[in-house]
Ligand binder design. Structure first.
Ligand SMILES: [Zn+2]
Length: 142
């Protein structure tokens, strides 16, 4: 089995691990990602902040005109961090939406079961009323 390599997107900083370069396509920008000259093992050993800094530096390097214009690369590092944080937040929210959908699905099923049960009880009462004859006091409607 081939070893995993780290690939990153020059445009947005998204990164992932792939065996084959042809699979390394940014799912946000749909562009080919660049292979990082660091082993997968070493990269995953880095903290998230170290990864951000490394990739931000790579992104600036790959855009020379940008590097010339930006006099404070620290600004970009922070942006990359912000992008990371927002991406995480979106993932969290998506997960929350999934959970809410599951809850709604469950409630829907529960409500329908209750409605069906109520209908069955109504029919049973109706049946009892009819079979008990006219002399019996009528059961209360539900
Ligand atoms: Zn991208």
């Amino acid at each position: 089995m081939r070893e995993l390599s780290v690939f990153y997107c020059n445009k947005c900083g998204f990164y992932g691990y792939y065996q084959l370069p042809k699979n390394a396509v940014c799912h946000k920008c749909s562009c080919a990602m660049t292979r990082l000259d660091m082993t997968h093992q070493k990269f995953v050993g880095l903290s998230y902040e170290e990864r951000d800094r490394l990739l931000a530096a790579k992104m600036i390097e790959s855009a020379p005109s940008l590097a010339c214009r930006i006099t404070a690369p620290e600004k970009l590092y922070r942006q990359r961090k912000l992008v990371g944080a927002l991406t995480q937040r979106i993932l969290e929210l998506e997960k929350e939406v999934d959970q809410l959908n599951e809850t709604i699905e469950w409630m829907h099923t529960t409500i329908w079961n209750a409605v069906r049960q109520r209908q069955e009880l109504k029919e049973e009462i109706q049946f009892l009323k009819e079979s008990s004859g006219p002399d019996q006091p009528a059961a209360t409607d539900i």
